[in-house]
Design a protein. Sequence first.
Length: 303
Amino acid sequence: MFVSLGLMCITFFLSCEANHETEETTLNAMLEVPEKVISNADAAQLFQNDHRTRLSVIGKKESSFEDKAIHYNLNTLIQYIQHLETIATSKTIPITGISFIFGANNEGKRTNFIMPSTRNAELDYQESFTIENGQFLTFKHIEPNLTKKDASFNDENLILSPKGYLSYNEAVTLFNEYQTQYIGPFAAKVKRDYYTKAVWYSLSEIKEYVAYLKKRNQDYNLAITGIDVFFGVYNEDERLELKSNAQTVFLTASTQQQTIINTKGTFLKNFIQNGFFAKESDNDTNESLTFNLGHLSPPPNNN
């Protein structure tokens, strides 16, 4: 009887251990590949659609590949997220996420900048904001143009651009220039109910993606130093509903300002042929380093 009991106990513990290992493997797999990681083929399609349906339509067909990459240092981005969490606690602000807001400089080159967001319950909308000189300032990227403040000081470091932190007025300048250089000319030729000006991700999603890149970096020795942001456009597909033929951004890893798209260290530039067509089809998300599927803004009632 004791032998039988011993065998039963051994079988039970082995079964428990096997189940534990299975659960751990499943959990690790879930942690390793965030839900919003997309395949390289999908990223290439977004990239191509942007060139074909946006830049070419408004006379910017000659934009080079280098003009499309918007670089963020990974450590700076990590510190920024930590700073937002500190601000949320110290000032009791329910920061829900970050928005990549579209901008352009005086020469017409596209860029973007990052702002924290909190939910506007009245509009059912993730509203970006900053704080200057103790004043809470909303950044209503659902508007066509924004008005500068009489005075604007970058004293809380809540608006992050690829070149450093911005004041409210500096962000407004970039935002309004994007309206002039990109939204206006496109709207004159293609009528839509709305024109995307920002893409929102929750803080947990961004933190998960950063953790994913750090894990991949360690596992595959990729020397990732940053995140590159590219403008993209979704396919014209009714099943995508409001995202059909809508502007978006996708994020992927970079090393020494070279965009890499998978754990093999493949350069995005080498994955794309002249004319911006993918050299090959790669639908595997397990090796992909590309992140997409954020919430588009406007319209506010769908965020």
